[in-house]
Design a protein around this ligand. Structure first.
Ligand SMILES: [Zn+2]
Length: 319
């Protein structure tokens, strides 16, 4: 019994000696070293961190949202690996550097919208709402490409040059070409030879001819369309008497001048009328202003030349 106790005492001493030694060793390690994570990326050691969780959160946040505008997501080929190790206490960790290196290996995907015309990408904007507003704006302005417009969502590693809605509308707007769809089927037209009016006609306005006289699929065009800015002064083609000044159906605001010998000129789609019924006018006198009233999709003058009620081709006499 006594012998056993002696044995136990010896073992206890040995155990205590080991315990004290272990505590001393751990304390020494703690004074000079600290547990740290060694970080490797693609097999290459890129640094050390004490805050593995914090660094991982930062990287995950970056993958999700990137660090710029218009980013859909970021794709990383490889993720960093962490290995615990002991490092001298004064050695530096470099979380920021590690994060930058991870970022450099990432591929950024941008998300934006392309406004298309006949499926061809024409302008790029940041949001779906802007794309819709552009198409709506062009429809309101009766842009001639309004029925060919659309938009698509883009995911790309290259961010296109994004523009704002009003710039895009100005860029995509196409002036409607056919300014008068249809005027009058009951009016007879002379598609044949030029007849002698007995007077010469002067140009009421200068502008771009957007629709010529004659038959077309949508009906008969009884005059000549000359497009120019709203408000431009319209001048009497020849001297005569105003026989109509007012609004008339698809003509909108209209002036009719009788030049004698059955010759009349019509000035339609005006925005303002400056002479009244019965007024005598001289050649070149301002009688109205260009507009888009009546059956019209853009500011222009619809000019008619009639002889005994039959519409003549104005280009036989002017323009
Ligand atoms: Zn016309």
């Amino acid at each position: 019994m006594k012998k056993l106790l002696v044995h136990m005492r010896i073992w206890l001493k040995v155990f205590l000696a080991f315990a004290v030694a272990a505590i001393i060793i751990i304390s020494i390690i703690n004074i000079f070293f600290k547990p740290t994570y060694s970080v490797t990326l693609d097999g290459e050691q890129i640094g050390y961190t004490n805050d593995k969780a914090g660094l991982q959160d930062r990287i995950n946040e970056y993958i999700k949202n990137g660090d710029g505008e218009h980013i859909a997501f970021v794709q990383l080929e490889t993720l960093p690996e962490y290995k615990i190790c002991l490092l001298k206490k004064d050695s530096e960790t470099n979380d920021d550097e590690i994060f930058e290196k991870v970022k450099n290996l990432g591929t950024t995907y941008y998300k934006y919208y392309a406004v298309t015309e006949s499926s061809e990408e024409k302008a790029y904007v940041a949001t779906k709402e802007e794309a819709e507003a552009i198409i709506e704006g062009l429809k309101e302005k009766k842009s001639s490409n309004k029925d060919k417009l659309g938009y698509i969502e883009k995911y790309s590693t290259d961010l296109a040059e994004l523009i704002d809605s009003s710039t895009a509308i100005a860029k995509l707007y196409v002036k409607p070409v056919e300014t008068t769809k249809y005027v009058n089927t009951s009016t007879k037209i002379n598609t044949g030879a030029k007849i002698n009016l007995g007077i010469s006609l002067a140009r009421p306005i200068s502008g771009i001819i957007t629709s010529r006289f004659g038959s077309r699929s949508s009906g008969t065009h009884t005059g000549l369309d000359i497009a120019t800015a709203t408000g431009t002064a319209i001048k009497a083609a020849a001297a005569g008497t105003v026989t109509f000044s007012g609004t008339k159906g698809s003509y909108g605001k209209l002036i009719v001048i009788n030049h004698g010998n059955g010759v009349e000129t019509y000035y339609a789609h005006c925005s303002a009328l400056y002479v009244s019924d019965g007024a005598k006018v001289s050649q070149g006198q301002t009688i109205a202003a260009v507009g888009s009233t009546g059956n019209s999709t853009g500011p222009h003058l619809h000019l008619e030349v009639r002889v005994n009620g039959v519409a003549q081709n104005p280009q036989n006499y002017v323009y």
